[in-house]
Write a protein that binds this ligand. Structure first.
Ligand code: PLP
Length: 407
């Protein structure tokens, strides 16, 4: 199995001699045989392993999981059990997280431009920590959430990231002082600074530079009489199967920068808002091949297999369109391969999952599995044409279940 790339792999056809055993012990096997509805398996043990790695590698940084990345309740519950906080971007995300038993002080409302009704809701539910990056937001907050603990989001260099966020969010350095003075005038409490180096970051030094930028803002704040105590280093961490090396490299740079600019004895609490990191590798998508055509390529005269699968770019595979950090799926079974085109189920020709993809021939009724499908997939999925959205089946080992007494 190719561990470095997101993978599509084949479910081999069930062998007749194993039929009897399967019938006796696994009801879900017959369910899968009869159904064509796509489904994810959400491996909650994987979240646990990721969390252990986080604690070991970034011991000074408390993770606040970015709910926007994948709001599956089983994921939120598991992370809550593990003790993470949560980054919520809207009233709906706050509602969800609170309904699953998370307490308000474990939530940061990390959207700098919020509808007023969402700020009011946060206020009534005791969610006080929230980000801002402009004066207009301060006016809304001072009108409906006077207890807010504000975190100033700054724009940072995100040029090495697949998804750039600093054009849309974050204060420019030249505006910081004026904005903090405005907070003073409005008698608002500012507790810290946040940034996001962009999702799908490829350069560890982006974190170093951003942490240094945040230090300058802290220094400006001290001169204005603020006692800042929180640094939020955002998201951007890798989460798929090849993530370890890059994550370790990022962590080394972050730890060194924190020690240099925010040493442990500075009393500054450091948090982060990882999304992709926690969920990407935990989800595997199973899709049914419900139709097939064999055609001849007009130019090369090569036989091309076209498969029509039960999920596509209007469903979980929307990440192929909307997530520049997730641009392809790749096979790992070593059998004779054919050039294959994989189409999603809808009647829209935009719904193409792969254009040129070499893989062993499969038959109608077979299942394809797609790894690393946790981040920014189910959260944006639609049922366009009324095709079923993928179901989600969380799984957990007995060992982890018992460890956290989850009954
Ligand atoms: N925090 C904020 C404010 C975001 O906008 C995002 C993603 O867009 C995240 C955290 C999560 O980022 P990632 O999934 O790259 O960790």
């Amino acid at each position: 199995r190719n561990a470095t790339a997101p993978a599509v792999f084949l479910q081999l056809k069930k062998k007749k001699k194993k039929k009897k055993k399967k019938k006796r012990c696994v009801n879900s096997a017959s369910f899968i045989q009869d159904s064509e509805v796509p489904f994810h398996v959400a491996n909650l043990d994987d979240l646990h392993q990721k969390h252990i790695r986080w604690l070991r590698t970034l011991p000074r940084v408390k993770p606040f999981y970015a709910v926007k990345c994948n709001s599956t309740p089983a994921v939120i519950r598991m992370l809550s059990t593990l003790g993470t906080g949560f980054d919520c971007a809207s009233k709906g995300e706050i509602e969800l997280v609170l309904s699953l038993g998370v307490t308000p002080e474990k939530i940061i409302f990390a959207h700098t431009t919020k509808p007023q009704s969402h700020i009011k809701y946060a206020s009534t539910r005791g969610v006080d920590m929230m980000t801002f990056d402009c004066e207009e937001e301060l006016l809304k907050i001072s009108a409906c959430h006077t207890r807010a603990k504000l975190v100033l989001r700054i724009a940072v260099d995100d040029s090495k990231s697949a998804i750039k966020l600093s054009q849309k969010f974050g204060t420019k350095p030249s505006v910081v002082k004026k904005l903090l003075e405005r907070c003073k005038e409005l008698d608002l409490e500012v507790i810290g600074v946040s940034f996001h180096v962009g999702s799908g970051c490829t350069d560890s030094l982006a974190y170093r530079q951003a942490i240094e930028d945040a230090r300058h803002v802290f220094d400006t704040a001290v001169l204005l009489g603020f006692q800042m105590k929180l640094l939020d280093i955002g998201g951007g961490f890798p989460g798929n199967e090849g993530f370890q090396i890059q994550f370790d490299e990022f962590s080394k740079v972050i730890n060194e920068a924190l020690d240099e600019f925010f040493p442990a004895d500075s009393g500054v609490q450091v948090i982060a808002e990882p999304g992709r990191y926690y969920v990407d590798s935990a989800f595997t998508l199973a899709v049914n091949v419900f139709a097939k055509k064999v055609v001849m390529d007009d130019v090369t005269r090569i036989r091309v297999m076209m498969y029509y699968i039960s999920d596509g770019v209007f469903g979980s595979l929307n990440c192929l369109m909307y997530d520049p950090a997730h641009t392809n799926v790749a096979p790992y079974l070593h059998r004779k391969r054919y050039r294959s085109i994989i189409w999603g189920p809808t009647c829209d020709s935009l719904d193409r999952v792969t254009a040129t993809y070499w893989m062993p021939e499969v038959q109608v009724g077979d299942w394809l599995l797609i790894d690393n499908m946790g981040a920014y997939t189910v959260c944006c999925s639609s049922d366009f044409n009324f095709f079923d959205k993928a179901d989600i089946y969380p799984v957990l080992s007995a060992q982890t279940w018992n460890m956290f007494n989850l009954s």
